[in-house]
Design a protein around this ligand. Structure first.
Ligand code: RIB
Length: 287
């Protein structure tokens, strides 16, 4: 079973700071590094490092050819990554002394998906394949619509959350992978247990994976609820931890592994990710 990931590809400009810049403040960074990133590309790299069969569908500009080459070296099928006449998407990321981040993104080439690209990519899908989506490209609603009536498992990570998400045909999603912010925006609830309950009511046919950072993760599907604790680690940079979780979770799921084991492996991988700097570069390979 393969995973077709329609996702963003970004150049991450990462600045180490003592605190996030305040309104009106000019702040010198302690360190500046350029990394490969983008929620979509990070998730494809995590999938590949977890030994999954992944096709990435995405767009870059001429300045992003190195990202495509890097993804190919990871073992990702890149034949559906197009070079377009727009700058590659990028992110400006501040990482503070606690390892937390604050991110601004510019979509660039990530916002140039056309219906014909989507249809072409979906032609590569076979029954039972997984379609993975984040919310960092245009046309997410169209991709969801085009998956209708195809025998595919649709996994949606609504990150970054926007007002438009609620208008997407979310009833077509088989698995939501959300954090507390996204859960609150979708369900109107703040507490994890309440988010889970509200999501099951709103989307009774979908499974929900609610990631809780240091507090672990909750999985819910029908009447099954599984909780897995996080591992205790010293965080240096949390960027890409969610993407690592998703890649490892789906790689295990695509191999038919039972859910609790999928969650445990994904928690382990994302815990290791936060101990290193960068997004894609901090995704571990674990046995
Ligand atoms: O999830 C982390 C990613 O978010 C970064 O790599 C950055 O590109 C933004 O998309």
């Amino acid at each position: 079973m393969k995973i077709i990931n329609f996702g963003s590809i970004n150049i991450d400009h990462v600045y180490s700071v003592d605190h996030f810049v305040r309104p009106g403040e000019t702040l010198s960074s302690k360190n500046y590094t350029v990394f490969s990133g983008g929620k979509g590309a990070n998730q494809s790299i995590a999938l590949a490092r977890a030994n999954a069969d992944v096709i990435h569908v995405g767009n870059i500009g001429l300045d992003g050819v190195w990202l495509k080459e890097k993804m190919e070296k990871e073992g990702i099928d890149i034949h559906l990554i197009k070079t377009v006449k727009a700058p590659t998407g990028h992110a400006v990321i501040q990482v503070n002394s606690e390892g937390e981040n604050a991110i601004i993104i510019h979509g660039g080439a990530n916002e140039t998906f056309k219906p014909s690209d989507i249809k072409k990519a979906l032609k590569t899908a076979n029954a039972g394949d997984i379609v993975l989506l984040q919310n960092e490209i245009n046309a997410v609603d169209k991709i969801l619509k085009y998956t209708k009536d195809k025998d595919l498992k649709v996994v949606f990570n609504p990150a970054p959350m926007t007002d438009a998400v609620k208008d997407y045909p979310l009833e077509l999603v088989d698995v939501f992978i959300i954090n507390e912010t996204e859960g609150e925006a979708l369900s109107g609830e703040k507490k994890p247990e309440k988010i889970i309950k509200a999501m099951s009511k709103l989307y009774p046919k979908s499974a929900v994976v609610l990631t809780l950072g240091k507090k672990g993760v909750i999985y819910s599907e029908d009447k099954t609820v599984i909780k897995v604790d996080a591992l205790k680690v010293k965080a240096v940079d949390t960027t890409g931890a969610g993407d690592t979780f998703i890649g490892y979770f789906l790689a295990e799921l695509s191999r038919g592994i039972r859910i609790e084991k999928c969650l445990k492996t994904a928690v382990k991988a994302s815990s290791i990710c936060v101990t290193k700097k960068g997004a894609a570069d901090s995704i571990p390979i674990i046995g």
